[in-house]
Design a protein around this ligand. Structure first.
Ligand SMILES: [Ca+2]
Ligand SMILES: [Ca+2]
Ligand SMILES: [Ca+2]
Length: 272
């Protein structure tokens, strides 16, 4: 889809960019709308995108963020392939994506369903709320990531928790019968994706109200655990350049909404 339309047609984004340009006169890096560059500083976002959320806490903050991030473009499941090739591009090799759990850099074109290829992992397992892959939560790229086909299968629809046996094919990741623990480098990413989903999907559309809880074995309930562990992971693994860039690419080029917990990790504790 066209970045020209997606970016400049939206007054809110144009306002954010304008503030960035002003801030840029005093900062080292100028504003740049090209992929991979930040298009708005955190301060500019607070004055524009997040202006109705700043200063709130608890249920009020969650409700404000739900309204803000629900204004979005929605993708089809087939569009997700190309989107992930942009959002998860290897910064060291533009022909590749970086896989979530293994950390492997792999050709963008080596996607599919065969062993050794990468496919589309629903970090909020799609059976938890049974939303499938029709346009909606099942195609929301804020929680869809490229993963190794076999590791995706091993994770299955398990809740997240610490513990288990290390995966031979994905060192640093652990699993047992009822939970999955991703590698340290993406623990916070996983937590923030889950909590984004909880705020974005409140049962106000045709899909279930997704919420975290402190359990495993949630099965098909629209729940994902364990909240206490996810909160800890978010603290231990704060947003890095890759995760922030990913949020910007989704905002600029695809869905035009943001994951608030990447911009404001402290909002995790302000809500939960
Ligand atoms: Ca377990
Ligand atoms: Ca991380
Ligand atoms: Ca919810």
């Amino acid at each position: 889809m066209s970045r020209r339309h997606s970016f400049y047609a939206r007054p809110l984004l144009a306002a954010a960019a304008a503030v960035t340009v002003l801030a840029g006169t005093a900062a080292a890096a100028p504003a740049d709308a090209s992929p991979g560059r930040y298009t708005a500083t955190a301060a500019a976002l607070d004055d524009t995108y997040y202006q109705d959320a700043v200063g709130k806490t608890g249920a009020e903050l969650k409700a404000a963020l739900h309204t803000i991030i629900s204004d979005q473009t929605k993708l089809s499941y087939s569009q997700v392939w190309d989107a992930l090739k942009a959002t998860d591009e290897d910064p060291a090799n533009s022909s590749n994506v970086v896989l979530l759990y293994t950390g492997r850099s792999q050709s963008k074109n080596d996607n599919g369903g065969n062993s050794g290829q990468w496919n589309r992992e629903h970090v909020w397992a799609k059976s938890h709320g049974d939303f499938g892959t029709s346009t909606g939560p099942g195609t929301d790229i804020h929680h869809l990531r490229p993963t190794d086909v076999q590791v995706n299968s091993t994770r299955g629809n398990k809740d997240f928790d610490n513990g288990g046996s290390e995966l031979g094919s994905a060192p640093g990741n652990f699993t047992d019968s009822d939970s999955f623990e991703p590698r340290d480098e993406v623990k916070g990413d996983v937590a923030r994706m889950i909590l984004y989903m909880a705020v974005r999907y409140e049962g106000t559309d045709s899909f279930a109200d997704l919420e975290p809880n402190d359990q495993v074995n949630n099965g098909s309930a629209p729940k994902m655990g364990k909240l206490s562990v996810l909160k800890q992971w978010s603290q231990e693994d704060p947003p890095d350049t890759f995760e922030k860039r990913r949020n910007d690419v989704i905002f600029d080029q695809f869905q035009h909404n943001r994951n608030p917990f990447i911009d404001h990790p402290e909002w995790v504790g302000a809500i939960w």
